[in-house]
Write a protein that binds this ligand. Structure first.
Ligand code: SF4
Length: 279
């Protein structure tokens, strides 16, 4: 904590630091050309792909990524399995990341707009499609359908993170549990919804090991349900649980107290008033 007041600047430690880095940064969020805690994000993703190939092998003719976030893991899967790597989809660079798009319709449309299949590459092939994660399942459902329409003989979906079953309360917009496709469904049921011939998720252990970080230094809550900070009771659980429920109370101005041009007391917000009282 840093305090700046009439005595100058002071800093003090008010709690013990306990590192819990987001494992999803290694899986999807971080740019692949960065490194986190000394570990290359790109290398972590390739290693996740290698481990995924060992955990969920399949006979196929081509490994392809979901562009572009699945690319490093697909490279790792191809390398480990010996199945040639190819690219069966072209990405439209003008459509944004879909899992943070505002509503279901726009998300569904967004996926169709952003990926186009290369029929000449796909037709008649047994294909392994590697993606980094399944959140709501929209991308993968649309993808499997597009690949079937383009003539794929078999489609095997491989995911370089475990099923996302829990919301994130630390800033990632995973919404509520009800929106996550893995809530209440096992991988075989998810496979049936996606319409693929098989589905394989990497294990949590392999995902964590691929980051080269001690497991205790990582948050894995959206996969494991083990949160680094104790949660509110169940009814209040949602992605907004850590956000302010009500705006800060504004007290009516007392006679003679300082007000701004809108007649709002200068120390109106409860946080602001507290800061003025106890600098
Ligand atoms: S729950 Fe934890 S691991 Fe999952 S996205 Fe949020 S911070 Fe990352």
């Amino acid at each position: 904590m840093i305090a700046i007041d009439e005595e100058g600047l002071r800093s003090s430690r008010f709690a013990e630091a306990k590192r819990k880095s987001c494992v999803f940064e290694y899986v999807y969020l971080a740019r692949p050309d960065t490194s986190l805690a000394g570990r290359s994000v790109y290398e972590s993703r390739v290693e996740m792909g290698r481990r995924l190939a060992r955990e969920h092998p399949v006979e196929a003719d081509m490994v392809m990524p979901t562009p572009e976030s699945g690319t490093p893991a697909a490279i790792g899967y191809a390398e480990e399995s010996g199945i040639p790597y190819g690219s069966g989809l072209v990405k439209n660079a003008y459509v944004g990341r879909t899992f943070i798009a505002p509503n279901q319709t726009i998300r569904q449309l967004g996926i169709r707009l952003k990926l186009n299949p290369l029929r000449e590459v796909i037709r008649g092939k047994r294909i392994v499609v590697v993606d980094d994660s399944i959140v709501r399942g929209n991308t993968q459902r649309a993808l499997v359908r597009m690949l079937r329409e383009a003539g794929a003989a078999e489609i095997h979906v491989r995911i370089s993170s475990p099923p996302v079953r829990w919301p994130c309360f630390y800033g990632i917009d995973f919404a509520s549990r009800a929106e996550l496709i893995a809530t209440g469904l096992n991988p075989e049921e998810i496979r049936a919804i996606l319409g693929s011939d098989s589905l394989g998720y990497i294990s949590e252990k392999s995902m964590v090991e691929a980051t080269n970080q001690p497991a205790d230094n990582l948050c894995t809550a959206c996969f494991s349900g083990v949160y680094p900070i104790p949660l509110e009771s169940e009814p209040r659980r949602g992605k907004d649980v850590l956000e302010l429920e009500f705006p800060p109370a504004v007290e009516p101005p007392r006679p003679g107290s300082p007000v701004d041009i809108d007649n709002v007391p200068i120390s109106a917000g409860s946080g602001g008033a507290d800061a003025v009282r106890r600098p």
